[in-house]
Design a protein around this ligand. Structure first.
Ligand code: MOS
Length: 699
């Protein structure tokens, strides 16, 4: 029998990334780097109207340019098979649904020629009035049937209004978060080749994706190919954050182009401007929070009403109020989600969709309530700890929020904190500290993953799984899991992932990746050892499917954390600095402390970036995002990132998976913006309820 993960040797070790040297020496092939034979290059034509129809599209000048191989528009593009996802119904009609939509493509021998030719395509529109801003004051908001991941749109228990009327302390505040964009270091890239052989049509797609199997399935359906005639290869991914989870219009565009020039590979890298125009983003939110409490700060009512924007093309309903359903005890509860349907590109999941904006609002409101009650904000949260999940009534598998708050308080030096706002001036800087809770679901909705193991020569093993390593270190962590499950040294395992021909596995999403994939690897190792023992013949092979979530439906499964921030605001200029961030997390067993810490601190830096900088601006005139490069869309730079540390408490959650590991990909960003806003209030006495916190807010 194989050794179980507990008592193992590789799991828990801070193993450096196995592909780290290849990455830093430039020898790890990302999608665009794939050494394909005689590639062609694609440049996109995009709409300059936000809504309407194309009445004329003139490609003559583009066609004439030397080096141009093909120009595609809705008038000549190959037909697609499925319009189930309107975002992927590319070049199939003259309709324009948002500004920046892909409406044509040029394929040429050089990328410069393709770009020049794309600029020569003349388009005329029958433009219609467009509607691109979700608020305020709209009367056409609607309730979606469900919110993201199929969750209930509204939840109501008890009577919030009556409880608010009777409460000793009440709070009714509105918070907002802007459009936010994931801009991974490696842009969206794809290389497609279309071939025809005895078996018919066949697409090979080198892609930068969070899930090769999902990509294969959806692309096959859209293109009308059997799934086994689509191969997706994605060995290395330079960041995703949700933006590379779902196939986007450019995937279809490059496939259509490849089909047109059959046999020649077509390369496409989405320019940064198009990253902002139509490859997914976090929608803006306006959130009303109402809290009612007794004189001791015990919540009697908690209500969270979230409004966001979606695209008319495809609905995306950010689950903004989800965390509020589980965070605190209160007999009277309400969460709602409403949407404005807009002529904009389709939003998508972005690191901690729901929790990141939602916990900014809730955890800011909890800080305001602590001030109103004259209570320490940690003590307020401790007083409102639920014994069971308020949403489902189920016991928690593990809920170590209080442990995180207490450990953080000890490490951060919270105990001697003077709660008075605007009371510390240090050489022109007002200083303060703040805290916020973090949570992220351990989602039980993941599809099963499969893995296969094959004995190689010399006591080595190959482990195959169509998992993704989007820069998180999952290749390394999975190798650790495999080594322990096979009871062999780390370097005896040769793990392959990121190819759709490998055993099907779930995508990297919802912080579910490692747990699901790891369970499959453990199951495969067990099956292998049961079949062949510890001295298998070379070529011996076994596969297995990972177990489901053992605690699903029996316990409430969530990760928790506590974020602490120290903030300095310049008394004269309002300049805001964050010299210190500390996150303490309860995320189950940590498989690789080095890569886990990197995920958690990376999430915290993204939260810092959201707190201080990130602000996507929609210009209602042209109906376009005007912050569409990293000069206009500011993100945290090195100078912003000072002392950032992440630690975790000892925990294992066997109710989630055999590893006892909850995910670490998303919880790091949750609560950071609130901790910073709360610290800024403590520093200045100014409560900022709208992200980002810019200097003008403090003057
Ligand atoms: Mo992650 S935002 O669930 O891809």
């Amino acid at each position: 029998m194989t050794s179980a993960p507990t008592g193992s040797r590789a799991i828990g070790a801070p193993v450096p990334r196995l592909e780290g040297r290849a990455k830093v020496t430039g020898t790890a092939p990302y999608a665009y780097d794939q050494p394909v034979e005689a590639p062609l290059y694609l440049a996109a034509v995009t709409s300059t109207s936000a809504r309407g129809h194309i009445t004329a599209i003139d490609t003559a000048a583009a066609d004439r340019l030397d080096g141009v191989v093909a120009v595609l528009t809705h008038e000549n593009a190959p037909r697609l098979a499925s319009d189930e996802n309107a975002e992927l119904w590319v070049l199939q009609s003259d309709e324009v649904a948002f500004r920046g939509q892909l409406i044509g493509a040029v394929v040429a021998s050089r990328p410069e020629i393709a770009a020049q030719a794309a600029g020569l395509v003349r388009v005329e529109y029958d433009a219609r009035p467009h509607d691109v801003e979700p608020g305020p004051g709209r009367d056409d908001l609607y309730a979606p049937a469900t919110v993201n991941t199929g969750l209930e749109t509204d939840t109501i228990a008890g009577d919030v209004d009556a409880a608010m009327a009777d409460a000793a302390v009440t709070l009714d505040r509105t918070y907002s978060t802007p459009l936010q964009f994931h801009v991974p270091m490696e842009p969206q890239t794809a290389v497609a080749r279309w071939d025809r052989d005895g078996g018919g049509d066949r697409l090979t797609l080198y892609d930068s994706t969070q899930g090769v199997i999902r990509m294969r399935q959806i692309m096959a359906a859209v293109l009308g190919l059997p799934p086994d005639r689509v191969e997706v290869i994605s060995p290395h991914v330079g960041g995703g954050f949700g933006s590379k989870l779902r196939p986007k219009a450019h995937h279809v565009l490059v496939a259509l182009a490849a089909r047109t020039v059959e046999g020649r590979p077509v390369k496409f890298a989405l320019p940064r401007r198009l990253t902002f125009a139509g490859s997914g983003y976090r929608p803006s939110t306006v959130q009303r929070i109402r809290l009612g409490a007794d004189a001791d700060g015990r919540l009697t009512a908690i209500a969270h009403d979230a409004v966001g924007g979606t695209s008319k093309l495809v609905e995306f309903a950010e689950q903004t109020a989800l965390a509020t359903r589980t965070m605190y005890a209160a007999p009277n509860r309400r969460t709602t989600h409403r949407l404005a349907a807009l002529d904009v590109s389709v939003p998508t999941v972005m690191r901690a969709p729901g929790e990141a904006p939602g916990m900014f609002a809730l955890e800011s409101a909890m800080d305001e309530l602590a001030v109103a009650c004259g209570l320490d904000p940690i003590e307020l949260r401790v007083r409102n700890e639920p014994g069971r999940d308020p949403e489902t009534g189920l016991p928690y598998s593990t809920r170590n929020l209080v442990a995180c708050l207490r450990e953080g308080a000890r490490r951060f030096g919270w105990t001697d904190r003077d709660p008075a706002p605007a009371a510390r001036l240090d050489d022109g800087w007002l200083t303060g500290t703040g805290v916020a809770a973090a949570t992220y679901p351990a989602y039980p909705v993941i599809g099963p993953s499969n893995a296969a193991i094959r004995a190689l020569a010399g006591g080595r093993y190959r482990v195959d799984i169509a998992a993704a390593d989007i820069g998180t270190g999952s290749r390394t962590a999975l190798t650790q899991i495999a080594a322990d499950a096979l009871a062999v040294p780390l370097d005896a395992v040769d793990l392959r992932l990121g190819e759709s021909t490998l055993p099907a596995a779930a995508p990297a999403a919802g912080s579910m990746g490692l747990g699901g994939w790891g369970s499959a690897v453990i199951a495969a190792a067990r099956a292998f050892r049961e079949k062949y023992g510890t001295a298998p013949a070379e070529g011996a092979e076994a596969g297995a499917t990972g177990a489901g979530v053992p605690g699903a439906g029996k316990v409430a499964l969530h990760a928790f954390g506590a974020q602490f921030a120290e903030v300095r605001v310049h008394a004269d200029t309002g300049e805001i600095r964050v010299p210190r961030l500390l996150g303490v997390f309860a995320v189950g067993r940590v498989v690789n402390p080095r890569t886990a810490r990197s995920q958690l601190t990376g999430g915290m830096v993204m939260g810092l970036s959201a707190a201080l900088h990130e602000h996507g601006v929609m210009d209602p005139g042209p109906g376009q995002v005007v912050t569409r490069d990293l000069a206009d869309y500011h993100i945290a730079a090195h100078a912003d990132v000072q002392d950032v540390d992440a630690v975790w408490i000892d925990e294992a959650d066997p109710h989630y998976n055999e590893l006892g590991a909850k995910g670490v990909g998303e919880i790091g960003i949750v609560g950071v913006a609130a901790a910073i806003a709360n610290a800024a209030f403590h520093a200045t006495g100014v409560r900022v309820r709208d992200l980002p916190l810019t200097p003008d807010a403090f003057l």
